[in-house]
Design a protein around this ligand. Structure first.
Ligand code: 6PG
Length: 241
């Protein structure tokens, strides 16, 4: 499988490098398919990238926002304005700063009565947008947890072996526990997949991933994400060394 690694001095440099690659993928997707559908990740690491994307215009890089569609690869089952909401983080760093049409923003509907309702409705939204086959996002951004989780697929989760559903509600051993996540059915389709990994606390899990002999059945969810388009790992020095 195609896997490339790039190491940057720090999170700033990593975020600039990720933005450059992301804009390249965006331009290519728009040229070929007329739109750019991206699955965003949550957590702390991508915030800088989102803020840089919002500011890119000032540096002469135009994003055709009417062609960009924002989705989330996972979300916490909290209100959209909750401090733990991945949507809230993206809204503050990116969405509120740019002229993206509201209908191009596709948050997980966490205001529905149950996580199962939210997951089902989000899968419905994906089907309405992409059609019947599992969607191939132009770009999916992934994070990496210290125990190997990515999106909200944690080690040992039954969602890892899902063969049908695109989106599932899960109970995660993390705060908050109730989450909604894309399953590998979707995550293994991505045309481009970037893993953004920063900080010394990710060093050990990265070393463990490097030593994985057979990743498709790996105990580490991140290692099971192997789309045909390959994966690009963007690391900072602290995580890589
Ligand atoms: C989430 C995520 C999650 C995240 C990793 C890494 O909603 O929590 O999308 O998979 O990407 O936990 O998070 P950090 O970037 O904060 O280390």
């Amino acid at each position: 499988m195609k896997m490339e690694t790039r190491v940057f001095a720090d999170l700033d440099a990593l975020s600039r490098g990720a933005l450059e690659e992301m804009l390249r993928v965006m331009q290519d997707a728009i040229k070929r398919r007329g739109r750019f559908a991206i699955a965003l990740s949550g957590g702390r690491t991508p915030a800088k990238l989102y803020a840089l994307w919002a500011q890119a215009e000032k540096h002469g890089v135009k994003t055709p926002w009417d062609r960009v569609h924002l989705f989330w690869g996972d979300e916490r089952y909290v209100a959209p304005d909750d401090p733990l909401s991945n949507y809230r983080m993206t809204r503050e760093t990116l969405i509120d700063q740019v002229a993206i049409p509201p209908e191009n923003v596709h948050p997980v509907p966490t205001t529905l009565p149950t996580p199962e309702n939210a997951a089902e409705a989000y899968e419905g939204e994906l089907r309405a947008f992409f059609g019947a086959a599992p969607p191939a996002f132009d770009l999916q951004l992934q994070g990496l947890g210290i125990e190997g989780h990515t999106a909200s697929l944690f080690p040992g989760s039954p969602a890892l072996d899902e063969q049908q559903r695109w989106v599932l509600p899960v109970e995660a051993p993390a705060k908050p526990p109730r989450r909604i996540t894309f399953t590998p059915v979707v995550l293994n389709q991505g045309r481009n997949t970037f893993f953004l990994v920063a900080g010394a606390d990710k060093r050990e899990i990265l070393a463990a991933l490097r030593d994985e002999p057979d990743s498709k059945s790996s105990q580490y969810p991140a290692a099971r994400i192997q789309p045909a388009g390959g994966t690009l790992w963007l690391l900072d020095q602290a995580a890589a060394s």
